[in-house]
Design a protein around this ligand. Structure first.
Ligand code: PLP
Length: 262
């Protein structure tokens, strides 16, 4: 096969969820479903199922940076997708890595807590995200809780999203899945205010791995060369489809059916 036919490459840097619902496996599947190739570097090994997480073990940051550098030296990585980073040491190592590859766009899913409520990341990661990773991101994808946790002292997630965009992220996609509104309303915000608003039918119950799936699909659509607003729109449509077809593989939350064409 000639290089001309190669799928665009997304480098996913995130944690391993052995249930296969969230984390790096969600990323790989969502990226593949957009017709892209996923390269993957694992930040943390978790003990978890579809209900909750019980343990998070961080990988040595030197090792994971070595893995990422090897991939970046060999593959034509178009977009980097960041998921669970786990601690400040990994966050800083990844920020250093991205400084050395300043031309590659970054999608940052600021994962702090599992769907079941377990904390997945240590507190000192938050300032590293704010000072080094949010400003480096083309798009940050917090839900309401993550937006509020990232910007302390605010009670309004919309204001938090604007503040995050003010730190230098070109876009913040504030997800409304955890809100109490009848429909799910996601907002795309830039430093100068709201760019777009998306409304989706709220599906009953929660899902395990929906946030990872959205951020990874967005990264892949950007890797395909779509402009950010189109990529955001299509990634959300794709995720809605995966949630409409979600399946309950364990005793906890259903997981997105990621092999959907769009
Ligand atoms: N990343 C990892 C490694 C996880 O284990 C989880 C799990 O809960 C998440 C991210 C967040 O998952 P979600 O997409 O449900 O927000």
């Amino acid at each position: 096969m000639s290089a001309m036919n190669n799928p665009p490459v997304v480098l996913a840097i995130s944690g391993l969820d052995p249930s296969g619902g969230a984390g790096i496996q969600a990323d790989i599947e969502a990226i593949a479903a957009q017709g892209c190739h996923a390269a993957s570097v694992v930040t943390t090994l978790t003990v978890q199922d579809t209900r909750n997480a019980w343990r998070v073990e961080a990988v040595d940051p030197v090792l994971l940076v070595e893995q990422a550098e090897a991939v970046l030296a060999d593959l034509d990585v178009r977009v980097v997708k960041l998921g669970l980073l786990g601690n400040a040491g990994i966050g800083a190592a990844v920020a250093d890595l991205l400084e050395r590859h300043a031309d590659i766009p970054v999608v940052l899913d600021p994962v702090l807590v599992a769907g079941g409520g377990a904390r997945l990341a240590e507190d000192p990661l938050v300032p590293v995200m704010l000072e080094r990773l949010v400003p480096r991101a083309l798009c940050v994808t917090p839900n309401r809780d993550e937006a509020l946790a990232l910007v302390p002292g605010r009670e309004d997630a919309d204001a938090c999203a604007c503040e995050l965009a003010g730190l230098g992220a070109a876009y913040v996609l504030l997800k409304g899945g955890h809100d109490e509104s009848t429909d799910v309303v996601n907002r795309l915000v830039a430093a100068n205010g709201e760019v777009a608003r998306y409304r989706f039918k709220r599906l009953a119950g929660g899902f395990h791995g929906s946030g990872c799936t959205l951020a990874a699909a967005l990264a892949a659509r950007l890797a395909r060369g779509e402009d950010p607003e189109t990529a955001v729109q299509l990634a959300q449509q794709y995720v809605q489809l995966t949630l409409e077809n979600a399946y309950r593989i364990g005793r906890g939350l259903p997981i997105p059916a990621r092999f959907q064409g769009l």
